[in-house]
Structures are given as C-alpha cells and as structure tokens.
Design a protein around this ligand. Sequence first.
Ligand code: ATP
Length: 454
Amino acid sequence: MAATTMEQLVSLCKRRGFIFQNADIYGGQQGVYDYGPLGVELKNNLKAAWWRAMVYERDDVEGLDAAILTNRKVLKYSGHEDTFSDPMVDCKKCKGRFRADHIKDGKCPNCGASDLTEPRPFNLMFKTQVGPVESAENIGYLRPETAQAIFTQFKNVVDSTSRKLPFGIAQIGKSFRNEITPRNFIFRVREFEQAELEYFVFPGDDEKWHEIWKNERINWWLEQGLSMENIHIYTTPSDDLAHYAKACYDIEYRFPHGMEELEGIANRRDYDLGNHTKAQEEFELEAHCHQNPDSTTKLCIRDDESGKWIVPFVIEPSMGIDRGVLALLTEAYTEEDLGDGNSRVVLKLKKHLAPIKVAIIPLKKNSEEIMAKCHELKNKLMKLGIGRVQLENTGNIGKAYRRHDEVGTPLCLTVDFETIENKPETVTIRDRDTMEQIRVSTDELPAYLREYFL
Ligand code: ATP
C-alpha cells in the first residue's frame, strides 16, 4: 500500500471539515490552524483517551488545569527566559529567517544565497503585557509548555490530596511557541496543545521510572492504532538535551514528511522543583538549585521513612495533541481497491477515536415516516453515551457511505421501508471496514451498540 502523503491529508481535512487554516479568508496565519466539526471530535476523543489512561485508570495520578498566562518569574526560574531559544540565521539577500539546524550547505532555503548571518539565539516565547501599565514587572508570557504550572502548584496538590511518592500530576492544554519556521501542516505550529504528565519519584528511582514510562507510552500509542513498524525510539545524545533534562527518549512516528518526534519522555530530575523552591539556609536540600529569593515555598515532600525533606525527581511524558492527530490520520488513511474498477478512501480510526460513532441514514429523505423513525432513533441512541450519533441528511445512500468511510464512522445505520413495515422493526447496520451489512431489531440496538462501543 502506498504511503499516505501530506497532500492527501490536507485535502481530506479541508474537504471533510477536520482542520482549516486559521484566518483563511485573509490569506491564512502561518503556523496556526483551526479544528473543524470533525477535527474537534477527533481531538477531544484523543484527549479523553489520554486522560482515561493517565488519570482514571491509575491510582497514582491527579489532574490539573492551569492558566495559560504565565508570570514572568515562573519562566525566569524555569530557565526558559534565558535558554528557550533556537539559534537562527538571517539571509541578508531575501531577509528570510531560518533555524540554523535547518540550513543545508550554508545556503538560504528560500533564495539559495550564501550570504547568511552568524547563528543568533531567538527566544520562542510569546511575550505579552499583563494589566494596563507597560513595565518590566508586568511582562507575562503565553506558556511554552504546560509543565511549569504543575511544578509551581506541586505543594498545593500534595497538601490537598496527601499524595506520597511516587505519584503524578497530569494536564492537557494549549502551549505557544513562536516557531521560526512552522511547517508540515499541524506538525510544527505556533499554537498547539500538549498532554503532559509530571511523575514525581524518589531520586535514585528516576532511571527505573524513565524506562517504565517509555514502555507505557509506546503501548498506549499502539492501543490508539499506531503500528510498531511506524514507531522509532530515539535516545537524545547528552550534548543535545534540553536545559532541564538528564536523559530523554523521543517516540518518533513515520509522518508523511519523515520520522519525527511525536512525544518526548524526559527525565527532568529535580531541576524545576529545585529551581522554584525558596532559598532557605536551615533547610538542607540536595536539590539541583535552591537559590531562589523570590519563591515563598519549598517544593518538596517529607519521606516517611527517613523523616527527611526531599525534592523529587520527575519523569515527564509529554505529547503534542496536534502531532497525535496527524499521526492517527496518517496511520488510518487508506485507499482501497474494491476490485470492480472502483476504489474508496477509508479512515480506519479505532472506534473510540472516530469523530462520529454512528450515522443514521434515511433511505428516502422525502418519506415522512422514515424521517420520523430516524429522529426517534437518534434521540434514543444519543442517550447511550457512546459519543456522537449523527443524523445524515444527504438522502443518497451511496454518497453517505462514501462520506462516512472517509471520515472513519465505524457504523452506518440505514432506516428503510422494511424498518417501518416489519414487526419487529429492524435497521441495517453497515460495518466501515468489512462493508458487511446485518439487520438488527431496533429493540436490540442499544444493547448491540453498547457492547460494540463501550
Ligand atoms: P521539536 O524538537 O520537534 O521542536 P521539542 O523537543 O521542542 O520538539 P518538547 O519541548 O519535548 O518538543 O515538547 C513536547 C511535545 O510537544 C513534542 O513531542 C511535540 O509533540 C509537541 N510540540 C512541541 N513543539 C510543537 C510545535 N511547535 N507544534 C506542535 N507540537 C509541538
């Protein structure tokens, strides 16, 4: 089977309402995308699957939903103000600006000129002003990662939940990076969502937990439908690690543009908690750094056995939701030869991720009886809690099947004259992948669908 191309995905996403370029009517805003009617469902389903696995199915993780607007001091002590930058070069000829590591053979990727400046750091954070007065104290940032609020709220979470090590705090939310060269559709964008877990462990246990989380996360991706042959684990060389990291694995995926990072799993050691912890002489910490004159709090936990205060180490699985959506679309997109000179596009998403779970299709749109039955079924089935049940209104059954194959709807349910005339009432259920059809009585439908989806 031919590999999925970015053009196929971009076209499907626009045509069927998954993803649109932001500010499209004004020529588009680079590196910013909007999720359409089906995209928002897919994205929500992916986030729900992550939350279920990371929070609900575990007994050692709490959730958090912190603000995007971030106090300058947080990003000063996290190291982002000083170090969160990519070296960049400017082309003196065309005035383009590019990441130094994206330059090949010393030539401008835009115009080919060799007249480039020396690499200079470029801070990737979006700076803003908080409140009416423009001053250094009022500088704020849109967060470049969700993680920092997990660290700054560490004590509040521990105090309110009485957690002991090891335990984690999970969060899903928007992050912003002023990427120099956003590209490859939703792969590298300036506004994106992250799902991050900060898992706090005893120092010394960190390497063991790093391995455990690497395996957990690979398995989770396989459960979402990615195949192992499209996954590669990259171990970051020590001289290329982020400023906070002791070690890092990247789960890479074979995107249409190449094998690239989908999720990072970093050992952030005690860097962040240590840096945000109040400097105190009487308080002996072995943390990475505790020279913080601005913090009011010690971000540590008492070890019941030794009675000592310790700053935990942290393992961080951090995935991009948008890259997750792109990986799922890449994997699921299938062109099938039907053998009769026809072909079809099928989005073979796992059913828990499919934007629409069941499409109810009237055989004839202008039959009042059929339409009444469709409405009745829709009202009944949407109460099952299986996700979105959509009443299809094209009135052309072939077109409806084609559309729902293309957007990954697992089941199409057709209401025809037999439905109304037969006792007991029955509907046809068509399976997306096998295209097989069976008749099921409407009385048995709720149990059938519950069994299928839940
Ligand atoms: P890259 O090397 O690709 O720039 P990164 O190593 O800087 O990524 P992290 O800081 O580890 O990324 O962020 C964790 C996750 O957040 C990444 O694995 C990715 O899925 C997502 N992510 C980071 N930057 C972006 C971006 N600009 N657009 C979309 N997703 C992103």
